[in-house]
Design a protein around this ligand. Sequence first.
Ligand SMILES: [Zn+2]
Length: 252
Amino acid sequence: MWRKFRIAVLLLILLIVAANTWFDRLYSTDWSNPLSVAIVPANGDGSATAERYVRQLTADAFQPIETFFAEEGMEYGIALDRPVRVLLGSQVRDLPPMIEPGTGRLGIMLWSLRARYWAWRIDGPPGTEVKLFVLYHDPRQTPALQHSVGMQKGLFGIVHVFADRTMAGSNDTVIAHELLHTLGATDKYGPDNLPRLPDGYAEPDLQPLYPQSFAELMGGRIPVSARQAEIPESLDQVVIGPTTAAEIGWAQ
Ligand SMILES: [Zn+2]
């Protein structure tokens, strides 16, 4: 009984949240104004390393993300100097609800509602349209990260990255990937983590096809052979392909 009541209240709150975010979503892929994206950092594993790393973060650290979207947008005739504007929010102490591996469909649905409500309650800097909660982890304590997510409903992402300066470039590619999920872009890689042809490839017409030098952002990795793909070291090794561009409203 109590549980049903709690779910009913949660659904009511979410209805209000949905009404609030409906217009945001409509305008997020309009591209007549820059999209304001807040990076809200958090210490993902409670380590001293992650704490130090989060404290030294500045908005400038995410400049490569702005530059990437400006350069790629130009390829698709986006007239804005800075289609994506990255703002740095204050560190959040309260961590998002986590999803246990092996959770069923109903569990995932309830988790996504809870996560959305959690994200909605945390304010980003003024003007924020998309909130990306970036959880930093000490690579020695957490060598393999949880799966990051970007949610279109609610315009937020929960992104797991490493608290290590040498990994800032690959962190940027994960952040940019999840950002595009919030704007409606789909994954372009298979269950084996290999990019799918042709949409997941930066240069699907390259002859010979391998090795490729770039990753398609939603394909995720650089295909170096038919069975092997490498994680890009920075956004300099990443492009946005035409299918992804169409999904985010950059092209037809
Ligand atoms: Zn993805």
